[in-house]
Design a protein around this ligand. Sequence first.
Ligand SMILES: *[C@@H]1O[C@H](CO)[C@@H](O)[C@H](O)[C@H]1NC(C)=O
Ligand SMILES: *[C@@H]1O[C@H](CO)[C@@H](O)[C@H](O)[C@H]1NC(C)=O
Ligand SMILES: *[C@@H]1O[C@H](CO)[C@@H](O)[C@H](O)[C@H]1NC(C)=O
Ligand SMILES: *[C@@H]1O[C@H](CO)[C@@H](O)[C@H](O)[C@H]1NC(C)=O
Ligand SMILES: *[C@@H]1O[C@H](CO)[C@@H](O)[C@H](O)[C@H]1NC(C)=O
Ligand SMILES: *[C@@H]1O[C@H](CO)[C@@H](O)[C@H](O)[C@H]1NC(C)=O
Ligand SMILES: *[C@@H]1O[C@H](CO)[C@@H](O)[C@H](O)[C@H]1NC(C)=O
Ligand SMILES: *[C@@H]1O[C@H](CO)[C@@H](O)[C@H](O)[C@H]1NC(C)=O
Ligand SMILES: *[C@@H]1O[C@H](CO)[C@@H](O)[C@H](O)[C@H]1NC(C)=O
Ligand SMILES: *[C@@H]1O[C@H](CO)[C@@H](O)[C@H](O)[C@H]1NC(C)=O
Ligand SMILES: *[C@@H]1O[C@H](CO)[C@@H](O)[C@H](O)[C@H]1NC(C)=O
Ligand SMILES: *[C@@H]1O[C@H](CO)[C@@H](O)[C@H](O)[C@H]1NC(C)=O
Length: 447
Amino acid sequence: MEPKPKPHFLLTISFLLLTTAFSSLSSPPLNSSSPSLSPAKNSSLTPPSSSSPSSPSPSPSSSTLDPKQLRALQSLNIPTTRDPCVQPSLHNATLCDNSKPFKHLLSLRLINCSDDISLSITALKSLYTLQDLEFINCPVTPVHFPPELVASLRSFTCIKSLKKLTGVWLKNLANLTELTVSGVTVNASGPSIIVGSMEKLRSVTISHANLTGFLPKRWHLNLTRIDLSANQLRGKIPSSLTLLGDLEMLNLSSNSISGEIPTSFGDLLSLQNVSLASNSLSGSIPDSMSAMPGLVHLDLSSNLLNGTIPKFLSELKDLKYLNLANNNFKGVLPFNMSFIKRLEVFKVGGNSDLCYNHSVLSSKLKLGIAPCDKHGLPLSPPPARSSDSSDDSSSSDDSDYNDGSDESNHSSNHHHGPNKVVLGVAIGLSSIVFLIIFLILLSKWCG
Ligand SMILES: *[C@@H]1O[C@H](CO)[C@@H](O)[C@H](O)[C@H]1NC(C)=O
Ligand SMILES: *[C@@H]1O[C@H](CO)[C@@H](O)[C@H](O)[C@H]1NC(C)=O
Ligand SMILES: *[C@@H]1O[C@H](CO)[C@@H](O)[C@H](O)[C@H]1NC(C)=O
Ligand SMILES: *[C@@H]1O[C@H](CO)[C@@H](O)[C@H](O)[C@H]1NC(C)=O
Ligand SMILES: *[C@@H]1O[C@H](CO)[C@@H](O)[C@H](O)[C@H]1NC(C)=O
Ligand SMILES: *[C@@H]1O[C@H](CO)[C@@H](O)[C@H](O)[C@H]1NC(C)=O
Ligand SMILES: *[C@@H]1O[C@H](CO)[C@@H](O)[C@H](O)[C@H]1NC(C)=O
Ligand SMILES: *[C@@H]1O[C@H](CO)[C@@H](O)[C@H](O)[C@H]1NC(C)=O
Ligand SMILES: *[C@@H]1O[C@H](CO)[C@@H](O)[C@H](O)[C@H]1NC(C)=O
Ligand SMILES: *[C@@H]1O[C@H](CO)[C@@H](O)[C@H](O)[C@H]1NC(C)=O
Ligand SMILES: *[C@@H]1O[C@H](CO)[C@@H](O)[C@H](O)[C@H]1NC(C)=O
Ligand SMILES: *[C@@H]1O[C@H](CO)[C@@H](O)[C@H](O)[C@H]1NC(C)=O
């Protein structure tokens, strides 16, 4: 029984199709992987000697960097086989000025250090030109920075690095305009001791640092960003905070702050993003907030706020994110459909005395609150699963409406595209496989 030539020919064709399909499946991820992600390296501080394909390295030896600074980099385990002043540097770890005869470092970033490196005073002294110093996942032991370095530093970042910091150590960096500390314990009596002496500070982040104490009463009026989230701060929000006319971002979430939101809160005319979430704030939303023209992101969730929700929130033109969930708000929700649909995230669940007017808003919105009766009181206990409905509802049929179940919801939306592509390819591949099986069967029957 010799099979006929035609089915074989078809089999070859379909095999070719299959191979092409597979190669086209694998190529997009290769292309899309950005250069910063592709080297799946452990540490930016490991010399890239073994990985030859990444660096053609035309002139390895003749560095243009000041020899003292070059030695300092070597003592910090930063590879210098390639001139650290050539841009872009490896992981953007270094940036130089253009001085002659030797260049000097302006910026240094230490990422994923091995824990056997140590900061030597000599090395730090020679880095007196640095304006920007960053430690990211770099658990070295902190030392006192020499005055030359302290004088030149404008920006200091410490994320999950330096094991442990004290207020006294940070306060020493008096010339900073930008301070970022996150994911490391900061032992201090409060934020004041740290930022109090930094006269030029414009942006401060001290978050996830178990920082204790009270919010400062005196602030530098030029501050544009304050993030003191996820600490152990307590006491009230001082009304002096509302004097910060340039403040664009305020994040005090996840602390133990109590008392009322200052009535003058609306004086923060530049404020765009604010989170006071997960504290113990009480009282109502101040009327002055109706005058905040640029407000984009307002998160007051998980507090003890009461009173009615003011209608003026729906007149804030730029508002995209509104989270009032898990408070004690009461009365009728004063928003209509077109306002809620305009928002990217809207949450009001977990306010047991709050209700919505069912002739204005559809129950499909799954707001996590009950409809109102004719007296403006919640009609019945909120629908089953209402308290966690903000997460449940994202998987509901109502797909064009995002009632905002956090970032997880957003990221799943972002991955929608690739998933569809993969699904399409999978369907295509299975059709081809089916075709082949069909052809094999056909060839058997015909033969
Ligand atoms: C990867 O694809 C993008 C378009 O999706 C294109 O602009 C880019 O040049 C491609 N990169 C490589 C390395 O092929
Ligand atoms: C380095 O910085 C440049 C410019 O800021 C940026 O475009 C590039 O993505 C960065 N590369 C890495 C590896 O971070
Ligand atoms: C990461 O570094 C450690 C020690 O530096 C090494 O043992 C390990 O193999 C490295 N892992 C990867 C994925 O390179
Ligand atoms: C640092 O380590 C993290 C996690 O191990 C990794 O995702 C990141 O790409 C590393 N960065 C560099 C520049 O090595
Ligand atoms: C801050 O910088 C100025 C020069 O820009 C310098 O005179 C001053 O000594 C520095 N302050 C500290 C505390 O180093
Ligand atoms: C803050 O304190 C808690 C409990 O004491 C601890 O689990 C956590 O690791 C600390 N966080 C930091 C960044 O030190
Ligand atoms: C924080 O610093 C104070 C005073 O410097 C000290 O008494 C205390 O033990 C420190 N706390 C921690 C957790 O290290
Ligand atoms: C605040 O900013 C203004 C202009 O932006 C500047 O003139 C002033 O010197 C700054 N004040 C401080 C204390 O940095
Ligand atoms: C505030 O900080 C928390 C925790 O650090 C973060 O999850 C949240 O996105 C921040 N919110 C704003 C408005 O920046
Ligand atoms: C809201 O809470 C504040 C402080 O807890 C209380 O004084 C006030 O009476 C409450 N207002 C309403 C309308 O419940
Ligand atoms: C402000 O909030 C908006 C809306 O949630 C967000 O897209 C944006 O990234 C935030 N900006 C900053 C600086 O946090
Ligand atoms: C919905 O509310 C907004 C703001 O209060 C208002 O401008 C708009 O006219 C209302 N739309 C409808 C259809 O009632």
